[in-house]
Write a protein that binds this ligand. Structure first.
Ligand code: HEC
Ligand code: HEC
Length: 226
């Protein structure tokens, strides 16, 4: 084989290998963190640059949430499983934001960016009886994990680094059927008005107590913030 032909064959093989590698990366969907950071500029306006949340905007801490949960929620907002109920003022603020994410790749990229932000410890804003809450939490731990670290297989998210006011808000919305009751939402049902959660947390006081306990579970290595 002439040298030139050999070289051409080698280059052709190299190009084929490289494009094969590129396709493999695209198929695995390795997220583009740079694009994620760019997309996060909008999110930061309500959730904060560090993702620690802002009560003024009803926007919770999202830093370090598991990627599967962030992606699931962004898709729920986007499709209207979450944030469409007329009494869900906070959800209705978030839903249009999710719609700015045009492609699945954008969702994956911004999700990866949110998930890699260091978790934060939101300031305590509510009072409750953490001891009473600990007993109530036994049920929750079956799905959310003993330290509220979340259990992906149950689709039950981490709760330990969420804001106390946001936890109370979500539990109340689930109990009242404002979140998680749309047809086609198999996971919301697990927290619905007739779920064991709702039966366990009958009173507003029991909601505050379990939340007072959950916020004690944030790992001390996480960054204290505001
Ligand atoms: C206009 C303010 C605003 C902007 C901008 C915004 N959000 Fe939100 N976000 C909210 C509010 C309010 C909630 C709480 C909704 C609720 O209570 O159900 C929320 C909830 C969420 C949740 C659910 C958290 C959980 O624990 O379930 C995620 C995830 C989220 N936002 C991600 C994002 C991302 C990613 C962006 C940028 C693309 C973004 N948000 C932009 C206001 C905003
Ligand atoms: C049978 C399993 C199960 C049990 C028991 C359970 N949960 Fe959940 N929980 C879930 C699932 C699944 C979701 C996600 C629902 C969705 O995204 O629509 C969830 C969501 C939540 C959320 C919303 C988190 C966020 O970031 O918005 C809170 C708060 C919560 N659970 C608290 C509790 C508490 C407190 C208890 C106990 C009193 C409890 N859960 C018991 C499965 C469970």
């Amino acid at each position: 084989m002439a040298l030139r032909t050999k070289l051409a064959a080698f280059l052709a093989a190299l190009v084929a290998n490289l494009s094969f590698a590129a396709i493999a990366v695209a198929e695995q969907g390795v997220p583009d963190l740079e694009n994620g950071a760019e997309l996060f500029q909008l999110c930061a306006q309500c959730h904060g640059e560090d993702g620690s949340g802002n009560k003024l905007f009803l926007a919770p801490a999202i830093a370090g949430l598991d990627d599967w949960y962030v992606e699931m929620q962004l898709n729920e907002f986007r499709t209207g499983l979450r944030g469409l109920h007329f009494d869900d003022i906070a959800g209705m603020r978030m839903r249009p934001m999710s719609i700015t994410l045009r492609t699945d790749a954008d969702i994956k990229d911004v999700t990866a960016y949110v998930a890699q932000l260091p978790k934060t410890i939101p300031a305590k804003t509510l009072d409750g009886n953490a001891d009473a809450g600990k007993a109530l939490y036994t049920l929750c731990g079956a799905c959310h994990g003993p330290t509220a670290q979340g259990i992906a297989a149950m689709k039950a998210p981490a709760l330990s680094n969420l804001n106390d006011w946001y936890l109370v808000e979500q539990l109340t919305k689930f109990k009242m059927g404002i979140r998680g009751t749309r047809p086609g939402d198999p996971y919301g049902v697990l927290m619905g008005p007739s779920s064991p959660m709702a039966v366990t947390l009958k009173t507003d006081q029991s909601v505050r107590d379990v939340v007072a306990y959950i916020v004690t579970l944030a790992p001390s290595s996480d960054q204290p913030t505001n």
